[in-house]
Design a protein around this ligand. Structure first.
Ligand SMILES: C[S@@+](CC[C@H](N)C(=O)[O-])C[C@H]1O[C@@H](n2cnc3c(N)ncnc32)[C@H](O)[C@@H]1O
Length: 388
């Protein structure tokens, strides 16, 4: 592909990303993969170049643009103006620029989200959001059931241990982890260091009865099982069949045998978890959220969120948190986690629980992790204790 043809391809991809963000469609990464799966003429360099261009545009524009063309023009104007000369250069180039043509404005995030984040971060907001839009590093968790970080570090070139958690290490991004022997042998899993820290907040012990209510494909479940030394009972539930079905292969690779995956019907969760009511030593609620802490990986997610979508998520989080509290035994713990930095999705939810359930008390303050301060995804982590 010529450089001009790459611009045209980036515009087509941006159009698809904008439509998907508006209509609740696929993630940008998936869109890029699908786009190239039907364009075999594009070589590896073309694919990487177009992807980088499209993602750079997504990162540099705060509000969801009207069109892919306006998005790319706005991005290039701010960051690579010399490429604008390729518009209208013939062949597969984008059409020539029109006088006064629409172009998207550079920015960090939609104004309504900047306002909410401003309530959390005050004068530090711009720096915090800018860090949320950088490229994410590649973190691994050492599976303590099979080895220690000291044993694994020499097996991975350039890997370094991280302070956030004793099992966390970082390797060069872009490495195909699944091809590495330590991954195939179940010695390491891909997991952001912040997510590892969130799993550790529940402080599970071997032999306990634990519920991971929103377990997804088992990222935190695996970390919990390792911390339990694969002893006890760990029920991993989720309402998404697709996500849950990815878990057994991961459990097998990690040598984890204590996990009971359980598919829940939305709305019938309490009934389907009745056997655990008041019986769990520890409950993890890794609630569905806006994902505002993971914009490094999915920068288009900030174009996807609307006040109505956020309100629905907040309602569902409150419902799941209240349900989870009914599963905790007197003396047991609950950790509520969201990969979001919006206050209403985090500590405000736990404050509401504590107001409604005087038999619970807070276990310390909310722990807030941010890319700027901790070098990991953004997380809000709050733990509570059932006192009676
Ligand atoms: C943040 S993700 C969980 C990620 C996972 N814990 C991990 O560490 O990889 C939130 C999960 O909540 C699940 N979820 C949404 N509604 C639910 C419900 N009513 N009951 C249980 N899980 C639900 C979603 O399917 C999603 O997998």
């Amino acid at each position: 592909m010529t450089p001009a043809a790459r611009l045209a391809a980036a515009i087509e991809i941006l159009d698809l990303v904008i439509a998907a963000a508006r209509d609740g469609g696929a993630a940008a990464d998936t869109i890029v993969q699908r786009y190239f799966s039907t364009r075999r003429y594009a070589g590896g360099g073309d694919r990487r170049g177009v992807r980088a261009l499209a993602f750079a545009a997504i990162r540099s524009l705060g509000e969801r643009p009207e069109t892919g063309r306006a998005a790319l023009i706005g991005h290039l104007r701010a960051h690579e103006p010399e490429l604008l000369a390729l518009f209208g250069s013939g062949g597969h180039a984008p059409a020539a620029l029109e006088p006064g043509e629409a172009e998207a404005a550079a920015g960090l995030a939609p104004a309504w989200l900047m306002e909410k984040l401003g309530r959390r971060f005050g004068e530090a907001t711009e720096g915090q959001v800018a860090a949320l839009l950088e490229r994410a590093p590649l973190d691994l968790r050492v599976n303590r059931l099979k080895g220690t970080r000291e044993e694994v570090l020499p097996m991975l070139e350039g890997a370094e241990g991280l302070d956030l958690h004793e099992d966390a290490l970082r390797i060069e991004s872009g490495v195909n982890v699944e091809a590495l022997a330590p991954f195939q042998d179940g010695l390491v899993e891909v997991q952001d260091a912040g997510s590892q820290r969130a799993s550790a907040a529940l402080a599970v012990q071997p032999g306990e009865t634990v519920l991971d209510l929103c377990a997804g494909a088992g990222g935190k479940t695996l970390a919990l099982a390792a911390a339990m030394a694969n002893e006890g009972r760990l029920v991993a539930s989720d309402s998404d069949r697709g996500r849950l079905s990815a878990m057994p292969a991961r459990l097998a690779r990690a040598g984890v045998t204590i996990v009971e995956p359980r598919l829940l019907d939305g709305g019938r969760e309490a009934e389907m978890l009745a056997d655990l009511e008041g019986a769990c030593d520890a409950v993890m609620v890794d609630a569905p959220c806006s994902g505002s802490g993971t914009w490094r990986r999915n920068p288009e997610a900030r174009w996807r969120l609307t006040p109505v979508r956020l309100a629905r998520l907040i309602e569902e989080q409150a419902r799941l948190l209240a349900l989870a509290a009914t599963m905790v035994r007197p003396g047991g713990r609950l950790t509520y986690v969201v990969c979001s930095l919006l206050p209403e999705e985090g500590s405000a939810q736990v404050a509401a629980l504590l107001a409604a359930r005087p038999d619970f008390k807070g276990l310390g303050e909310e722990v807030l992790l941010t890319p700027q301060q901790h070098g990991c995804d953004g997380f809000s982590i709050t733990s509570v204790l059932r006192i009676s």
